[in-house]
Design a protein around this ligand. Structure first.
Ligand code: GLP
Length: 349
């Protein structure tokens, strides 16, 4: 498949860090990917429909999309999905040759060694494999049985912006096409409004997020909490956005686990970022928010209802841009380039 890099000619402003332009590139990346890969994703959806089990493999930003789709569809269907890191799949997964299972490997670069070795193991056991990657001539794109190529152009910022939304989008198309209910069809219809939604959020959410960043610029540790499908986003926020991007300490917490650890640490001076979908997934998150309020914890709330009027199972698409602006400006307030890296590059160790 022809590389998309030569055809994209976006101007990178020399005055801003790479992440700035990459936030802005998200709508065009989505539109190009939809135009080029929509039918292909629907085909993969059919191919994977009758499998006994589907493994989703990735790491960092890429595994966060796997957690999100797993948790988004589990309230609507009993599709058997198992999310694993490449290392776990390679080192600890028992497999039987020729079993009726499939593996979807998510990787911006298509080269991450742990995910690549999982692909090679899946092939050794003759399982169906599909890579979702941003690099059309990467090892994963070449070695998997099939590959969905996200057309984002080069992504420089370490934490993953446009590759995150397009990868997540591809997983939604694949899995929501497997569920034929009225609700899933409504979600699929709304999914195709996401490029417009993101375009609008890029224009309208920066100032508010910048202010949140200013207020919290000296915070050292951010706990990131969500339940249901928002756990995947909380994971991405902590692992790649705060730690890799803003170089701040952070820890993802599943809201259901709040009272088994973090509850003993919350007090005035501790900061918790809550992600809310505004539906009944949020019961346990709401209880944690109330508990923290009573203890004067520094709570930062990103709630779907404040940003978009879409189905709660699409929440990550509505919250990602305000979160990106928050991380972008938090980094600037701390004199850090949000896209740079200290020890690990875009192409891995
Ligand atoms: N520092 C990077 C992360 O930012 C990235 O999310 C992850 C997965 O990379 P890829 O999606 O290319 O497999 O690898 C590294 O850990």
């Amino acid at each position: 498949m022809e590389s998309c890099f030569q055809t994209l000619n976006w101007e990178i402003s020399s005055m801003k860090y790479a992440m700035y332009q990459e936030i802005k590139d998200q709508p065009i990346s989505l539109r190009r990917t939809i135009e080029s890969e929509k039918r292909h994703m629907e085909y993969i959806s059919k191919e994977f429909l009758n499998l006994d089990k589907i493994f989703l493999i990735g790491c960092g930003s890429s595994i966060s999309t796997c957690y999100t789709i797993r948790d988004a569809i589990k309230s609507l269907s009993d599709i058997n999905i198992d999310v694993q890191t490449g290392f776990d799949f390679t080192d600890h997964q028992y497999l039987v040759k020729d079993s009726n299972m499939g593996v979807i490997l998510t990787s911006q670069s298509g080269e991450t060694s742990d995910t690549l070795s999982a692909l090679r193991k899946a092939k050794e056991y003759n399982l169906k494999t599909v890579a979702i990657t941003n690099v059309s001539d990467s090892s994963m794109a070449k070695e998997a049985d099939d590959a969905i190529i996200t057309l984002c152009g080069e992504e420089v910022a370490i934490l993953g912006t446009k590759t995150y939304v397009t990868q997540l989008f591809a997983l939604y198309v694949i899995f929501f096409n497997m569920i034929k209910t009225k609700e899933s069809e409504e979600i699929l219809t709304q999914l195709y409004t996401v490029p417009d939604l993101i375009e609008e959020a890029i224009e309208t959410t920066e100032e508010k997020s910048k202010e949140i960043a200013r207020i919290n610029k000296d915070v050292d540790l951010f706990y990131c909490m969500g339940s249901g499908l928002n756990f995947g986003l909380a994971y991405k926020l902590a692992m790649t956005m705060f730690m890799e991007g803003a170089l701040k300490h952070a820890c993802p917490v599943y809201s259901g686990e709040f009272r088994h650890g973090l509850i003993e640490r919350v007090e005035k001076g501790v900061t918790v970022v809550f992600l809310k979908a505004g539906n009944n997934f949020d019961d346990v998150t709401n209880r944690a928010i109330k508990f923290c309020e009573d203890l004067e914890v520094n709570s930062i709330l990103f709630n779907l209802n404040d940003y978009a009027d879409i189905h709660p199972l699409l929440t990550p698409f509505a919250l990602i841009v305000p979160l990106e602006w928050f991380i972008y400006h938090l980094s600037i307030y701390n004199n850090e380039d949000p896209g740079s890296t200290r020890h690990i590059g875009k192409i891995r160790y």
